[in-house]
Design a protein around this ligand. Structure first.
Ligand code: AMP
Ligand code: MG
Length: 349
């Protein structure tokens, strides 16, 4: 995968991480600095504060690289690439991690009636968003690949053990793209490893897919800031506050896109139309202890929009609309701190 340095600016900034880092670096020699590395096609950084050690960071980043190797759609030898290469030909044995993530993706596809669809690969390739080949395809080209985008045409074979799981894409030309869910899985894996090491507090930031793990030792809340989708490099719109472990994942049209003839074509594609979803949503943020869930739902929610999303799902969500008004889940009431006054029109529901 390519390292998208633009994402170094990150969809989400971590207020406490930045503050804590400044404080702890200046007053405690024991504290390890954050480690930052490229993985999963983005910039990944982890700060385990007082509990950090080189060994812990080595283990965490080795796991990120392993996930990258198994899930990448661009590495030819990844499980995903092998499944894609055999589309319409035969079922392919995959690692149980891959089986789990694809099965989870299919569950979300069913739940969101295909708004989230891991078989979106042919459309992602056609549009080439964030590659040197980005372009607006013709309607004929889109019509030709639309029949290949259908999560119901993925056959999952659980086998009879951990090593005999297989995935089969039923039609030639189909391809899996887990870009909308893999970082969430990776963040959950980081949380699992941090738990195994008894780490009390940590911040994991995988290209804006954030896991604030544990609780802060000084008893204060985690504060994860959400960007102004209209000015991603400017002052943040708001912060979401919480005391205990949570993942905060944002999907937005401002993240990966190109412009042609004054139109912005971004990376979240509606599997039914074949076009980047055009709506009035600036961004949608999901808050959940499960980052794989937050990741899949943020991508789906961008396509569904608030009305449909709130009909089918209860996981905490916050939509920033084009007019800067905000629609958020009732369970976030009391957790949202407005940082930029132009985002104070919030309706909780
Ligand atoms: P995210 O940034 O998590 O919203 O995921 C966006 C990425 O997911 C894109 O870059 C594609 O790789 C992939 N993707 C795009 N549209 C969809 C979709 N409708 N369902 C699932 N994955 C998608
Ligand atoms: Mg996602």
């Amino acid at each position: 995968m390519n390292l998208h340095l633009k994402e170094a600016a990150l969809a989400v900034f971590l207020l406490p991480a930045a503050l804590l880092l400044t404080v702890t670096i200046s007053c405690s020699k024991k504290t390890m600095p954050t480690r930052t590395q490229g993985a999963l096609g983005t910039v990944c950084s982890i700060n385990a504060f007082d509990d950090a050690s080189e060994g812990l960071y080595d283990e965490l980043f080795a796991r990120l690289n392993e996930i990258d190797e198994r899930f990448s759609a661009t590495r030819r030898d990844s499980d995903i690439s092998r499944v894609n290469a055999q589309a319409g030909i035969k079922a392919v044995a995959v690692h149980r991690d891959v089986y789990y993530v694809v099965q989870t993706a299919l569950n979300f596809a069913q739940k969101t009636d295909g708004a989230f669809d891991p078989t979106v690969g042919p459309l992602v390739k056609l549009w080439g968003i964030n590659t040197a080949d980005a372009r607006v395809p013709s309607q004929e080209e889109i019509d030709a690949v639309l029949p290949l985008v259908d999560w119901r045409m993925v056959q999952m074979d659980p086998g009879d053990g951990e090593t005999s799981k297989k995935i089969f894409l039923l039609q030639k030309g189909m391809s899996l793209d887990l870009g909308g869910i893999a970082k969430g899985y990776a963040a959950d894996e980081m949380a699992r490893i941090l738990g195994e090491h008894g780490v009390g507090q940590a911040i994991v930031n995988l290209g804006g897919n954030v896991y604030a793990y544990g609780s802060k030792k000084d008893g204060s809340n985690w504060r994860v800031a959400v960007k102004n989708p209209q000015e991603p490099l400017g002052k943040e719109a708001l912060a979401i506050n919480f005391a205990q472990s949570n993942s905060v994942v944002t999907s937005g049209a401002y993240e990966r896109f190109f412009e042609k003839d004054g139109v912005r074509y971004h990376h979240i594609i509606n599997p039914k139309t074949g076009y980047p979803e055009q709506n009035n949503i600036g961004s949608v943020t999901i808050v959940s202890r499960s980052s794989i869930q937050a990741d899949a739902l943020s991508t789906a929610a961008y396509i569904l929009g608030p009305t449909e999303y709130f009909k089918i799902e209860r996981t905490a969500a916050l939509f920033i609309l084009g007019d800067k008004s905000i629609k958020a889940s009732l369970q976030l009431a009391g957790n949202v701190e407005v940082l930029d006054g132009s985002f104070s029109n919030i309706v909780f529901r």
